[in-house]
Design a protein around this ligand. Structure first.
Ligand code: HCA
Ligand code: CU
Length: 383
């Protein structure tokens, strides 16, 4: 299977704005859009122009930047929404309507037949007004919808011949990778349009589900920076990039400016008042920190032994933690060399035993180890 032609639809400025801590100013939106464009994402999805008067102006401002990324906005399946979206000058419109019984009953109140009729009306209207616009139709809560309902809707929409993409959304984050793979493969077989996947992370599967969608033949994946969105959000951009990098490093390096990822994450994190999680793929503070002596030895010989991702590709550095009881003499020796100290292997081994014994007694820091190294290096201690 070759996965090269996927596209990232970066939705920090739509789904991400639905994160509880997000309250982006126009200037912040512009900075986010420029930063993501610089990173190389293929699309930016922006909040509906119907959300507020400011949201409409924000779209126009971002369209006016003339970025490389294609600009999309996201609307309900309403002709009135479509009219406003068409006036913004975006490159594409993402239309969504709920198909699960929960949403049909408690949100918009429409039957499947009514959804099909409405979709046909809105989508053909948009196409008639804007023959060149990129048009996507998505069902909301696809994975709690009856499969027969879903397929009726998608087949009817696909047959209209007016949409570029069909979207599926795991709105409440309950889908498993095998379910996603199956649904996307089915759509791939029965329809002709491109396929987009949008997945929430309520049960921790958003990245795996996005990957499964690509395995099934999806062409577009929705992400947001740090995964911000409704509740605990969607597929995080960085984690998705990590997933694709471990699958096909060269393609990812060709498509995206990976050294910009950390800066984008720090910027958005600050704007929405969160920290980068400690265990975040790529940019978490310990993502390239090695601790156990056995790991450190192998890493020092050949980083690939315990690193699937090369930190230097992301403008980052690896770190070997040595001030603890799991340390090993190879790592301590490497530190001595960093400090320009020449100790014999016997001295290093004996110091390593000393560090282990000390670490059993109290927490140690790198400063403590460095001090010991200097003392040992000056011939005090050891043998
Ligand atoms: C929403 C719902 C949505 C839409 C996804 C999509 C979802 O908040 O409007 O249009 O692909 O998760 O279902 O984000
Ligand atoms: Cu969503």
């Amino acid at each position: 299977m070759s996965l090269e032609n996927y596209n990232i639809i970066e939705s920090t400025l739509r789904e991400g704005e639905q994160f509880v801590g997000a309250q982006f100013t126009r200037e912040q939106k512009i900075r986010i859009a420029q930063a993501l464009d610089g990173l190389g994402v293929e699309y930016l999805e922006l909040t509906s122009p119907l959300a507020s008067p400011g949201s409409l102006e924000d779209i126009k401002a971002i369209v006016g930047l003339g970025l490389h990324a294609r600009i999309l906005t996201h609307i309900r399946c309403h002709k009135e929404d479509a009219k406003v979206a068409l006036d913004t000058g975006v490159d594409g419109i993402d239309v969504v309507i709920g198909t699960s019984s929960q949403l049909r009953q408690f949100s918009h109140g429409k039957s499947i037949d009514e959804i099909i009729d409405l979709a046909a009306e809105v989508l053909t209207f948009i196409r008639s007004q804007a023959p060149g616009i990129e048009l996507r139709f998505s069902t909301e809560d696809s994975f709690r919808s009856e499969e027969k309902d879903l397929l009726r809707v998608y087949l009817a929409v696909d047959r209209l011949g007016v949409v570029n993409r069909l979207g599926i959304a795991d709105t409440v984050g309950i889908a498993t990778p095998s379910q996603v793979l199956r649904l996307v493969s089915t759509l791939r077989r029965l329809t002709t349009a491109d396929i987009e996947f949008h997945g929430h992370n309520d049960s921790g599967c958003a990245v795996a589900n996005a990957f499964a969608a690509l395995e099934g033949g999806a062409t577009h994946v929705d992400t947001s920076v740090l995964g911000i969105g409704e509740r605990n959000g969607i597929t995080p951009l960085g984690a998705f990039i990590a997933r694709m990098y471990t699958y096909d490093r060269e393609t990812v390096k060709r498509k995206y400016r990976l050294d910009r990822l950390r800066r984008v994450e720090l910027m958005v994190a600050e704007m929405v008042g969160v920290d980068i999680p400690f265990n975040n793929p790529i940019t978490g503070f310990c993502a390239f920190t090695h601790k156990a002596g056995i790991h450190a030895k192998a890493i020092l010989n050949k980083p690939e032994t315990y690193e699937a991702l090369d930190p230097t590709d992301f403008g980052l550095t690896r770190y070997i933690s040595i001030a603890h009881r799991l340390t090993g003499w190879n790592a301590v020796k490497a530190r001595a060399e960093q400090l320009g100290l020449s100790l014999t292997d016997e001295q290093i081994k004996s110091l390593t035993q000393h560090i282990k014994a000390l670490a059993d007694e109290k927490p140690l820091g790198l400063d403590d180890v460095d001090e010991l190294l200097h003392t040992w290096g000056n011939g005090v201690g050891g043998n």
